[in-house]
Write a protein that binds this ligand. Structure first.
Ligand code: ADP
Ligand code: MG
Length: 472
């Protein structure tokens, strides 16, 4: 579908053309009219399918210019980098219209953000903590907000953020339009979302909880001790080759390597350097300046390897990213989908390798349960034979502090005989999951369940805020 068929203003259509988009993506095609009609909505579509423009375009289209700006759209994102990226997107689509967009995020001096606010804001894109700080200090007024957007909504509604979100929500006019987007959404979190939404339209494109089909997913079973050699061998061949380095920066192949902890990221970054590989690290212990610098250098192609914690798992759009490596499996299975979704965006192709050792089989089980399929295995010189769990025999989040925590049955088999490494029929999709998916294949209109309206759903949060902060 062409953008002009939505009835979008000419100035915005021109900006879309300048961005090089020809047709709306499926999630845009379905959400833009719903938002324009004024409905609350929840939009679920795979990573890299243009969810940002799906909410940015109708919002930019409907907010009227005012001589004295008032905040009429508030967009919240879970990380500083994502807030900044969304801000850049609003700038791009709004380049020919006269609206003021301000971005507020932590780790940066308040002064600059305050002076922007003083000049007036029509749209605020923010991380919740800094927004609340500046609101408390009297620099932000939210009583005229018409649009309230939670990007990465399931993350915004989890334990770490929900108190802030509730606080912020309470400051908004009751009739504000609420819009949520994500690539993943657990049922319990969706129930919580329903508490905040009024008669929302639910839009889902393709199967829930997965990255785009353009991500080629591969699993490598190996000893934990061999992960470094697998990774460095691959990176030396693919990234550090003379051929790759001879290419112009923007065309060089590149990779993001995800680790579970900040310390793990620093250690690995150092190890890669010792192997002669140029890499930069991004995680929560770095200053905002260092985080920005790392991402800028990676985006520009100056450095082709980014070592990251899950602080970089969600939302970041790095066009033409070739490889994602899960050096460690993520503790939260939804982050698997988001991590690998950094590649294969906007129709490009990409490969995501997951290195899994025996201690991580419980986490693998959770991930494959979430995505509803087995990640295909691929062989390396350092592969070993491991058998997938049929049922998790432990809480995968319990022993999250290290890979040594879980001592399960010794399933490790020697692979010398080259036998099949696991039985492919080991696990059928969970029956409930299947029904759940089927029931939600089409768009549905939801009405707030009156019986549940006031009840807090029992949500099993996988992690506490302070633990996440420590790890990322
Ligand atoms: P998501 O939020 O779904 O993960 P993004 O909004 O970050 O995805 O968009 C992914 C990429 O797709 C971005 O680089 C964006 O510029 C591009 N994009 C968005 N809409 C379109 C479109 N209609 N046609 C082509 N590319 C698009
Ligand atoms: Mg996004």
């Amino acid at each position: 579908m062409k953008f002009k068929e939505f009835g979008i203003k000419k100035d915005i259509l021109n900006a879309i053309r300048k961005a090089g988009y020809e047709e709306a993506t499926p999630i845009q095609e379905k959400s833009i009219p719903v938002i324009m009609e004024g409905h609350d909505m929840i939009g679920l579509a795979q990573t890299g399918t243009g969810k940002t423009a799906a909410f940015a375009l109708p919002i930019l289209n409907s907010i009227e210019y005012r001589k004295k700006p008032r905040v009429r759209a508030l967009i919240l994102a879970p990380t500083r980098e994502l807030a900044i990226q969304t801000f850049e997107n609003f700038k791009k689509y709004g380049r020919y219209i006269d609206l003021r967009t301000v971005c507020l995020y932590g780790g940066a001096k308040k002064g600059n953000q305050i002076s922007h606010l003083k000049r007036g804001a029509d749209i605020i894109i923010a991380t919740p903590g800094r927004l609340l700080d500046l609101q408390n200090e009297g620099f932000v007024k939210l009583d005229q907000v018409e649009y309230f957007v939670l990007d990465e909504a399931d993350r915004m509604l989890d334990m770490g953020f929900i108190p802030d979100i509730r606080n912020i929500n309470a400051m908004l006019p009751e009739n504000r339009q609420m819009i949520m987007f994500s690539a993943t959404m657990e049922r319990a979190v969706e129930n919580l979302a329903m508490e905040m939404l009024t008669n929302p339209v639910r839009i889902q494109v393709a199967a829930q909880n997965n990255a785009a089909d353009t991500v080629d997913q591969k699993l490598i079973f190996t000893e934990g001790a061999n992960k470094d050699i697998i990774l460095t061998t691959f990176l030396k061949k693919e990234i550090n080759s003379e051929e790759n380095r001879a290419l112009p920066r923007k065309e060089r192949k590149n990779a993001i390597v995800f680790t579970r902890t900040k310390r793990g990221a620093d250690r690995l970054n150092k190890a890669l350097k010792q192997h002669g590989l140029m890499s930069v690290a991004i995680h929560g212990d770095k200053s905002q300046g260092q985080r920005k610098d790392a991402l800028d250098r990676f985006r520009s192609g100056q450095v082709s390897i980014l070592v990251a914690t899950d602080v970089a798992a969600r939302g970041l759009d790095i066009p033409k990213l070739n490889y994602v490596f899960n050096y460690d499996l993520p503790e939260e299975s939804d982050n698997y989908v988001h991590r690998i979704g950094r590649t294969g965006r906007a129709g490009e192709s990409g490969v995501a390798y997951t290195l899994c050792c025996e201690d991580e089989l419980g986490l693998l089980y959770e991930i494959e349960k979430l995505i509803g399929k087995e990640i295909p295995e691929t062989e390396t010189k350092w592969s070993i034979s491991l058998e997938r769990k049929k049922k998790p025999s432990f809480d995968p989040h319990k022993n999250r502090r290290g890979r040594g925590g879980y001592k399960g049955n010794n399933n490790r088999r020697n692979n010398k005989d080259g036998k099949a490494r696991h039985s492919h029929d080991s696990r059928k999709p969970h029956k409930e999951r299947k029904n759940f998916k089927k029931e939600e294949q089409s768009n549905q209109k939801f009405t707030k369940n009156k019986n549940n309206g006031n009840k807090k759903p029992a949500i099993k949060f996988s992690r506490k805020l302070n633990e996440r902060k420590q790890n990322l």
